[in-house]
Design a protein around this ligand. Sequence first.
Ligand code: MN
Ligand code: MN
Length: 309
Amino acid sequence: MSVYVLGHKNPDTDSVAAAISYANFLKATGTDAVACMQIEADKLNPESKTVLAKFSLAAPQTMMSVKGQKVALVDFSDYGQAPDDLKEAELVGVVDHHKIGDITTGSPIFFYAQPVGCTCTVLNEMYKTKNIAIPKDIAGAMLCAILSDTVNFKSPTCTDADKKAVADLKAVAGVTDTDSLFMEMLRAKSSVEGIPIKDLVFRDYKDFNMGGKKVGIGQLELAAIDQVAAIRADLVKALEDLKKDGRHSVLFMLTDVVKEGTDLIVVSDDVAMIEKAFGGKVNNGSMWVAGMMSRKKQTVPPLQKAFGA
Ligand code: MN
Ligand code: MN
């Protein structure tokens, strides 16, 4: 009977790559295994889709119910993140990098966890320990998972072990530039292609009452501002329409998460006041505000002050 290897619900790139990697590891060590995920393939997040396509890997098999099956978990160990009928399955293994969850078993199992930034870092170590070669395509996906989970080494969860694993895996996968690989994933994650303008405007939008005036503020997080170049005019038009609907100002934050700043689109009855609030100049309808990442912490307070609210 095959072991079904499963990552957590709403799978991220680590859950997908680790399921593929651990299933391959089990097969290489004489246990038949199938990589699975708890989502339909077309609903998988755009970053993971990009990674699978880049390394020509098939998506793990969709598996929503595991009753009566042999199961191994990767990247989690909580019932809440598992199929609802996990208790009716035979759990045989866990590979993870989180705190231990609430799962229990009636029989001894393989359980391997490390306090590192990514499950694929743990798996890389398992391959090395057993002296099993990682196939090139799988190494590529594992590499992406580590870059994703550690936010290209910037996350406080990133360890030296993750950096060493990336060095190992990039050699196997034939990847030379992991920064550009990370950017490619970030672009996929923040892609605006094919999304209706209205959905982009309201993806993360809020109206505020500032000194009796209605002020709308929206935000899009991007890998680079040029991601919206082609739709910028339509976006501004939608914001102008929004302003006409009883608002004093509509501000829209195009936040560059790499450069750590915001191109702030300003549509307002009093542009000078907005300029003063952020100490900048509006050019062609927007201004660059270095360091502005958070609407709540960095955009709203100066505005409230300016509006005397
Ligand atoms: Mn995860
Ligand atoms: Mn993870």
